[in-house]
Design a protein around this ligand. Structure first.
Ligand SMILES: [Zn+2]
Length: 240
């Protein structure tokens, strides 16, 4: 079955994925990082829609505790958080929060959500929706910093390598993974594309400066299946 999907870029790792009967919102960051336009865009995209909000980990560039500002009725939103976020949550009545541990699988309505351990914090998500497979990496990446100690380098590489090997067993329709311009290796994005071979790819972790993706794109054999966004709200329509 072919599914029509719209991806909207909001900021950094925050994207809205509009599926025929629901919206998936990823890594909505601390609201002080978002301009008015970005906030409005998210609001308008989720308004009245059944919404699943995924947060990969608690770092401020990926997570906001106060989702009330999204203006979405709580009963219409389900929150899927990495387990480590639990310590930041305050009990709020009527809020549907699902915590997921690394290596666990959560059956949520008709979606199956698997979590991989991150080598930064929290998890990466693998989501099965209506027979399609969507990967959202959070901050799991090949963080090959020069200043890493040998132990850090080994830890990062081991988890990255394990995850790539596991992902290679899947046919990934749409993948989001970090392409951080501060690292020479684009934090593993090129390796991810070459080895996992997703049908469609969204680079992320641009700190609100997606212009760096122009430089990233020069490393690609083809840009046809890669979302190279430039501004808040930019939209990509694909069939997966
Ligand atoms: Zn981050």
């Amino acid at each position: 079955m072919i599914i029509k999907v719209t991806v909207n870029y909001i900021f950094h790792n925050c994207f809205v994925l509009t599926l025929p009967d629901r919206v998936l919102l990823f890594d909505y960051p601390s609201s002080n990082m978002l301009g008015r336009e970005a906030k409005q865009k998210v609001k308008s995209l989720i308004e009245g829609k059944k919404t699943y909000l995924f947060s990969s980990h608690s770092h401020g560039d990926h997570f906001e505790l106060d989702f009330a500002q999204l203006g979405q009725p709580r009963f219409n939103t389900k929150f899927i958080f990495a387990r480590e976020i639990e310590s930041y949550l305050k009990p709020q009545s009527g809020q549907a929060v699902y915590l997921i541990d690394a290596d666990d699988t959560l059956q949520l309505d008709d979606m199956e959500i698997h979590a991989f351990s991150s080598n930064d914090l929290g998890v990466a998500f693998l989501i099965n929706y209506a027979g399609t497979t969507i990967y959202f990496g959070g901050d799991l990446a090949n963080w090959d910093w020069e200043e890493n100690s040998p132990q850090e380098a080994e830890f990062i590489k081991d988890i990255w390598e394990q995850t790539l090997q596991q992902l290679q067993a899947y046919r990934i329709d749409l993948a989001f993974s970090n392409a951080d311009a501060r690292l020479k290796n684009w934090s593993g994005a090129l390796e991810f594309i070459a080895r996992v071979r997703p049908q469609w790819f969204v680079p992320m972790h641009t700190f609100g400066k997606p212009q760096v993706l122009k430089r990233f794109s020069r490393n690609l054999q083809s840009v046809d299946r890669v979302f190279l966004y430039e501004e808040v709200g930019d939209e990509w329509e694909i069939d997966i």
